[in-house]
Each structure stands twice: as structure tokens, then as C-alpha cells.
Write a protein that binds this ligand. Structure first.
Ligand code: DOR
Length: 436
């Protein structure tokens, strides 16, 4: 089926485009972008996009789909539907599953499941070390050949600096980034929120910023020694932003991401003891939030990623100290980006879209993705700037409910998600015919 998207405001940062235009998609690829495309002789579905914003499909490089092993939290089927509902056409999934995605067979499993049951593109991230135990390297070359786009031990950061150095040297052979979840586990100890006045006030154990920054500094130094591509996950402190800024000034191949919750919420949100606010790294102070926003503005932070971390209601419905870390994010990300960054004048629309499209595609080498260039995949996100909605967990496509944004009014919501020319979400509703 061919698809014509007519009369929308098309914003395509890679091609420096922001104008009213039509987009024609055929055989799942972008066939043309321009004024008044006439396809009257072709069999063609038409979307009237007048008054809407039309973007390259959003890409989220930090998502937990939980399969295999933790299907009670999320599955590839439900997680990709949550992505589609949030306007994402591609996600990269973290390997902290059970078993850990540390070999070719598991990368192939995720890809096959995504093809069979997913509704958006899924790019697996392989583990750095076997079982993410931090003892010996995983089969990185094999995973790369099977389709892994990066390697990471995510929530179990490699403590041994020599092993991390070897991993970087190894990853360079395939030119893939190492994603570092920067955390010194000894320093974190049994902390549950940011260390400071609020943690004292709330009677909760704190996590010092240094636990993050020590690892950011170490990994930047190792990236300098090796020349590897290093991507810092979920930057949350002023110090981390400054370290990444310095690394970029030196010309190192260091990139970084920020999550919507880290630039929207402060540690004060923990005061109601809602366990959805328990995330790793923790929500920080207003000063840190400001620094993350400055980092997004000046390009120190290249991309926005959600760290969508689903957990079951039972796991989260416990005392703050006992809840697992993590918050879902796919279905609320764009509304928060729009309100916190675009409306507040931190990023203009094109810059915000770039951080969800062309930048992640470039950093992770995603071919045919991230822009509306002719011949690229027909992946499109359409936003209705006039549409507002209150976040309601009953509407989540995710299995999980651990969002700190329930009840918040969001505006400028995604109304179409189109993957390879196929409409997977229309008017906030996922489509029935559900395979890619
Ligand atoms: O809050 C988090 N949850 N941060 C992480 O890095 C891991 C994630 C998870 O897997 O639940």
C-alpha cells in the first residue's frame, strides 16, 4: 500500500527542512517530499496532515523490553506498542534480561521476536561482559554480526577499568559505541535517592553525585586512551555534563543522552514516596536539572532517550527502600520534551526533533533512519499540536504503570506512528493488524 501524507508542517532536521509539504511513501520507503505531490493515478491511502507536524520517526536508544525472562514487567509485543503510542518508530533494547543478551543466539532471538510480535523496529544492544558479571568479555564480534548496534552492561557497570579498556578496544574493531551506565556501585551502596537536604528530610539513604561522576570521568579517560566511541547514558548531574563538555572540547568520540524524567523532575518529587520516582541514576536537584538543560541546549548532550524501565505493580507497590529502580517513559516522552524544552525555549522544534531522530541514527549507525531523505525507511511521527491529554495509566500500552507523570496534562501529542509506510498508531489508538 502506498501512503501520501498531505499538507503537514514537515520538520526534517537532517535536511534542514521546516515547511508545509507532502510526503509520498511507496514500498515502505520515502519516495518523495515536496509541495503538492500528485499521486492520483496510484492506489494510495491519504492522511490529511493539515495543522499537524510531520517528523522523521522518533528513535529511542535506551529502552528495557524485558524479554527474555522478565515478561511480567514487559514484552517485546507490549513494549513496542508503548513505543508506537509514544510516537517512536525505532527502539534499542538493553541486555539486562534473563538470560543476559550476551551472545549471538540471544541477539537473534530478540530480532526474531521483534519481527514476529513487535510493531516498531527493535535494535538489540549486547552485553559487554558475559552475564554482565564484569569478569570476561562477551562475544562482542558475534553479537555485532547478528545485529547488535552497541554494547552495554547497563545497570551492572563494568567495575574493572582494565576490562572496560579491553571492551573499548574490542568495540573499535566494529566501530560500535559502548554505552556506559555510569555508577560506582560501592559508592551507591544502599542509597535510594539523591544525597542531600531532601534525602535527610525524607529519611531516605542518599546517592552521592560522585558515584556517577567518577565513572563518567573514568570512562572518558579510557575513551581517550583507546579512541573508542563512548556514549554516556542518562546524564543526571552538573558535574557529568561538565565532564562530557570537556571531553567534546578535546575532540574525543564521546556522546551523551538525557532522559525526560531527569530534565523534568527534581529530587523533591520523591517527597510523596511514590516509588515511580525511584530511578537510577536518581532524580537530582534543580541545579542539576538546569545543567542538563544547558547541556541539551549547547549540544553537550546529543540525544534524548527514555530509559523506559517497566516493573510490575507488585514490585513497585512496596516501601521506597525495597522498590526496584526504574520508570517507564515511552508514552510520555514527547509531551514532556515539548513542554520542558520547546515551550520553555531551551530547544527549538528542529533541535528537539534532531535529538530524537538524526542524532541517534548517526551515533548508532542506523542505516536509512532518522531523516526523510528519499530512499530512507518510511518511518514517520505525526503530532497534533492542539491535542492535550491527561496521562491515564488505563491507556498505557505498556504492561507497567510505574510512571511519575500519571495525572499530568500533556500537550502536542503523537497522533500517527508510521513504520515502513504502515500506520501502527492512528489517533492515539494502536492498529489491530499488528505485525510489521
Ligand atoms: O532506573 C533504572 N532502571 N535505571 C537503570 O539503569 C536500569 C533500569 C532497569 O533495568 O530497571
Amino acid at each position: 500500500m502506498n501512503l501520501l501524507i498531505k499538507g503537514g508542517r514537515v520538520v526534517d532536521p537532517a535536511n534542514n527542512m521546516d515547511q508545509v509539504a507532502d510526503i509520498y511513501i511507496t514500498n515502505g520507503k520515502i519516495a518523495s517530499v515536496g509541495a503538492q505531490i500528485d499521486v492520483s493515478r496510484h492506489d494510495c491511502e491519504v492522511i490529511d496532515a493539515q495543522g499537524k507536524w510531520v517528523f522523521p520517526g522518533f528513535i529511542d536508544m535506551h529502552v528495557h523490553l524485558r524479554e527474555p525472562g522478565y515478561e511480567a514487567k514487559e514484552t517485546i509485543a507490549t513494549g513496542t506498542r508503548a513505543a508506537a503510542r509514544g510516537g517512536f518508530t525505532s527502539v534499542a533494547c538493553m541486555p539486562n534480561t534473563n538470560p543476559v543478551i550476551d551472545n549471538r543466539a540471544l541477539v537473534e532471538f530478540v530480532k526474531a521476536k521483534a519481527l514476529a510480535e513487535g510493531v516498531v523496529h527493535v535494535f538489540p544492544i549486547g552485553a559487554i561482559t558475559k552475564g554482565s558479571r564484569g569478569e570476561e568479555l562477551a562475544e562482542i564480534g558475534d553479537m555485532y554480526q547478528a545485529g547488535a548496534v552497541a554494547i552495554s552492561d547497563d545497570g551492572q557497570p563494568v567495575a574493572n577499568a582494565q576490562l572496560m579498556r579491553l571492551a573499548m578496544q574490542y568495540a573499535m574493531m566494529f566501530d560500535i559505541p559502548i554505552i556506559s551506565h555510569c555508577e560506582d556501585k560501592q559508592l551507591v551502596a544502599d542509597g535510594v535517592m539523591n544525597e542531600g537536604y531532601c534525602s535527610t528530610l525524607f529519611g531516605l539513604r542518599g546517592i552521592t553525585r560522585a558515584a556517577e561522576e567518577i565513572m563518567v570521568a573514568r570512562d572518558i579517560l579510557l575513551a581517550e586512551v583507546t579512541g573508542a566511541k563512548l556514549h554516556i547514558a542518562h546524564v543526571s548531574t552538573r558535574g557529568s555534563v561538565e565532564l562530557v563538555r570537556m571531553a567534546k572540547k578535546k575532540g574525543l568520540r564521546v556522546t551523551a543522552e538525557a532522559t525526560p524524567h531527569h530534565f523534568t523532575l527534581t529530587e523533591e518529587a520523591v517527597g510523596n514516596y511514590d516509588t515511580s520516582t525511584k530511578v537510577n541514576p536518581p532524580l537530582r536537584s534543580a541545579e542539576d536539572v538546569q545543567a542538563v538543560k544547558e547541556g541539551l541546549k549547547d549540544g553537550t548532550i546529543d540525544i534524548i532517550a527514555t530509559d523506559h524501565a517497566p516493573h510490575t505493580v507488585e514490585e513497585k507497590d512496596v516501601e521506597y527502600n525495597y522498590a526496584p529502580f526504574g520508570m517507564i517513559g515511552l508514552e510520555t516522552a514527547w509531551g514532556l520534551i515539548y513542554e520542558e524544552l520547546v515551550e520553555k525555549g531551551i530547544l527549538d522544534l528542529k533541535e528537539a526533533v534532531a535529538k530524537l531522530t538524526v542524532r541517534p541514527a548517526a551515533i548508532f549507525g542506523l542505516q536509512g533512519k532518522g531523516s526523510l531523505t528519499v530512499g530512507y525507511d518510511g518511518d514517520i511521527t505525526i503530532i497534533d499540536p492542539a491535542l492535550e491529554e491527561t496521562v491515564n495509566p488505563d491507556n498505557f500500552a505498556s504492561k507497567a504503570r510505574n510512571s511519575a507523570f500519571i495525572g499530568r496534562r500533556l500537550k502536542a501529542l503523537p497522533v500517527y506512528t508510521i513504520v515502513q509506510g504502515k500506520i501502527v498508531m492512528n489517533n492515539r489508538i494502536l492498529q489491530k493488524e499488528d505485525k510489521l
